[in-house]
Design a protein around this ligand. Sequence first.
Ligand code: ZN
Length: 258
Amino acid sequence: MQLQHLLPHQLQQAIRQGWPLLVPAGCIEYHGPHLPLGVDTLIVEELCSRVARRVDAVVAPPFWYGPTGYAVTGPDQGTVDVSTERFGRHAKDVLGAFWDIGFKWIIVCQHHQSVDGPEALAIRQAAAEVAFEKTLAERGKGWWGRNPLPVDDNVFERIQVWPSVLPPADKVATLSDHAGFYETALILGARPDLVDLDRLGMNAPWYTHASSSSARRATQEAGARMWSAMVDAWVDKLAALTKPRRPTPKDVTITGLF
Ligand SMILES: [Zn+2]
């Protein structure tokens, strides 16, 4: 279910039942003459929607405007860049609001520049700050030192950033691609109406016809295989994350990075 489509009682039910909130994070960036500007956001939005058809989850509207660093093109080709620092502050506000709504799990889905790029790092920093600041406000100073956290206390895992391509999907898909075989196949597999392979002429940029990843070889079938593997990997990881945890006999466990 999409967050923006929920009625209040549906939201309350999702919170009560511990449904994860999936948050797509992307950007507007030039992706060659044959793909739309929103590729990286379309991929994570599509992935979250497909996952939410398999498991109980709410999908938030995406972060559409993320930092790109104008690495691929300038604004003349439609790329949008925003300040990483201000983006991170905005992300912190939004993630903090999701925390306050009561979502037990907030999983950001990242494709653009993978999980170590400026956008993902800004979100990860925002997530850590939200987790620490909200918990301090809720539990008071010394909250971690007072008693061991129960095993089902998910404070350190509540907001996470996951790449669109998780293992084992990395056997058929990759994040090391820009407008080449992989991204072209993914968009062909989800929104073929947005792809125009005939635009790939002799002057197409190098990254669309690199020998390891040529967009010209992309097919809808290859895209379907990637989607299937990527969705399966997400569904499995979400199931492992959200399954109830029982204390073990040795129940004093150090949780967190202290
Ligand atoms: Zn991309």
